[in-house]
Ligand binder design. Structure first.
Ligand SMILES: [Ca+2]
Ligand SMILES: [Ca+2]
Length: 167
């Protein structure tokens, strides 16, 4: 939303006016000191870098903040769609779901893995469970509207597309 506090925060974290992928990964790893956030951060960076130039500028940063924190649910889900659409072709495939689930799994600290439900305690199982919500075949693809609807219709899907630290 371009607020002054957002601007100051950005300037402090990023005096050059741009954030590189490495800087972004460093910021992310501070939020997840007990796990490996690099892969997930790489995907988030890609979803924020809308002009594909390999850096985040202030505008991309503000849009990202808005979409991921203060945005309405559909806005957040539009962002989630772009996170899962690894090759940016406008559709999500099952292998893309697996790729993001794998990245999410690396975020989960080891001591939390043991408390996960049997049908979602590996990246593979989590991807299978998530994919089933879209009622598609193995080789089908999910468009943005179908993705958003599928997640809105299933609380479990909303939970499975993200990872929120438990502490
Ligand atoms: Ca950019
Ligand atoms: Ca895709």
């Amino acid at each position: 939303n371009g607020s002054p506090s957002g601007m100051n925060n950005f300037k402090r974290q990023c005096p050059t006016g741009r954030i590189s992928k490495e800087e972004f990964q460093n910021i992310y790893s501070k939020f997840f000191p007990e796990s490996d956030a690099d892969t997930y951060a790489k995907h988030v960076f890609r979803s924020f870098d809308t002009n594909d130039d390999g850096t985040l500028d202030f505008k991309e940063y503000i849009i990202a903040l808005h979409m991921t924190s203060t945005g309405k649910t559909t806005r957040k889900l539009e962002w989630a769609f772009s996170l899962f659409d690894v090759d940016k072709n406008g559709y999500i495939t099952k292998s893309e779901v697996k790729e993001i689930c794998t990245a999410i799994f690396k975020l989960i600290p080891k001591d939390e893995l043991s408390s996960l439900a049997d049908d979602e305690n590996t990246a593979e199982k989590r991807a299978d469970k998530l994919w089933n919500f879209f009622e598609k075949g193995e080789n089908d693809r999910v468009a943005e509207g179908e993705f958003i609807q599928g997640v809105l219709d299933n609380d479990d899907a909303l939970r499975l597309i993200q990872y929120s630290p438990s502490k």
